[in-house]
Design a protein around this ligand. Structure first.
Ligand SMILES: Cc1cc2nc3c(=O)[nH]c(=O)nc-3n(C[C@H](O)[C@H](O)[C@H](O)COP(=O)(O)OP(=O)(O)OC[C@H]3O[C@@H](n4cnc5c(N)ncnc54)[C@H](O)[C@@H]3O)c2cc1C
Length: 152
C-alpha cells in the first residue's frame, strides 16, 4: 500500500514534457494496476482471516494466499519503483526498502515454488516435491538395461 501511495503522490508532483506524469496514460495504467492488486490482496487477507475464525483454514489455502499476496506485493513494488524513475532506486523514498523486505517474504515460510507444489498437490492429489527417476518405459528405453545385463 505504501508503494502505491508513494507512487501516486509522486506522479502528481513530478512534471515531464510540461505536465504531471500522472496525466499520462501509461503512468495511469501502472497506478491502476497497483491499486487493483492491492485492493484484491486486501480482500483476500480479510477472507482468509474469516476462514481462520471459522476454523476452515487448511495449509493449502494458506499457501495459495501467501503466494498470491507476496507475488502481487512484489509486482506492485516493482511498478512503483518504475514509476518513480531514477528516484525509485534511492532511499529518499521507501519503495526500494519495501522491495528488499518483500524479497525476504518471497522466500521465508515457504518459497513461492514450494507453496506452488503444496497447492498443486492439494488440487491434483499428486505430490511433486521430489525427483523421481523415469522408468525405462517412460524414457523410451524399455528393455535396454535388461538386454545389457543379459549380454554381459
Ligand atoms: C528474511 C528471512 C527470514 C527467515 N526466518 C526464518 C526463521 O525465523 N526460522 C526459520 O526456520 N527459517 C527462516 N528463514 C529460512 C527460510 O525458511 C528458508 O530460506 C526457506 O524455507 C527456503 O529454504 P532455503 O533457503 O534452504 O532454500 P532452498 O530450499 O535451498 O531453495 C532454493 C530454491 O530451490 C527451490 N526449491 C526447493 N525445493 C524445491 C522443490 N522440491 N521443487 C522445486 N523447487 C524447489 C526453492 O523454491 C528456491 O527457489 C528465513 C529466511 C529469510 C530469507
Amino acid at each position: 500500500m505504501d508503494c502505491y501511495e508513494t507512487a501516486l503522490a509522486y506522479t502528481k508532483e513530478r512534471e515531464q514534457f510540461g505536465s504531471p506524469i500522472a496525466s499520462y496514460q501509461l503512468v495511469q495504467a501502472k497506478l491502476v494496476e497497483m491499486v487493483n492488486e492491492v485492493s484484491l490482496s486486501t480482500l483476500l487477507a480479510i477472507h482468509m482471516g474469516r476462514l481462520k475464525d471459522e476454523g476452515d483454514l487448511d495449509p493449502a489455502k494458506v499457501s495459495m494466499f501467501k503466494m498470491n499476496n507476496v507475488g502481487k506485493a512484489r509486482a506492485t513494488a516493482a511498478l512503483a519503483r518504475d514509476v518513480l524513475g531514477g528516484n525509485g532506486i534511492l532511499l529518499d523514498y521507501r519503495v526500494m526498502e519495501h522491495m528488499a523486505d518483500i524479497e525476504g517474504t518471497y522466500s521465508y515460510e515457504g518459497t513461492n515454488d514450494v507453496n506452488t507444489l503444496i497447492v498443486g498437490q492439494a488440487i491434483t492429489g499428486h505430490r511433486a516435491f521430489s525427483y523421481r527417476p523415469p522408468t525405462n518405459r517412460e524414457n523410451g528405453r524399455a528393455g535396454v538395461s535388461e538386454q545389457r545385463s543379459e549380454g554381459s
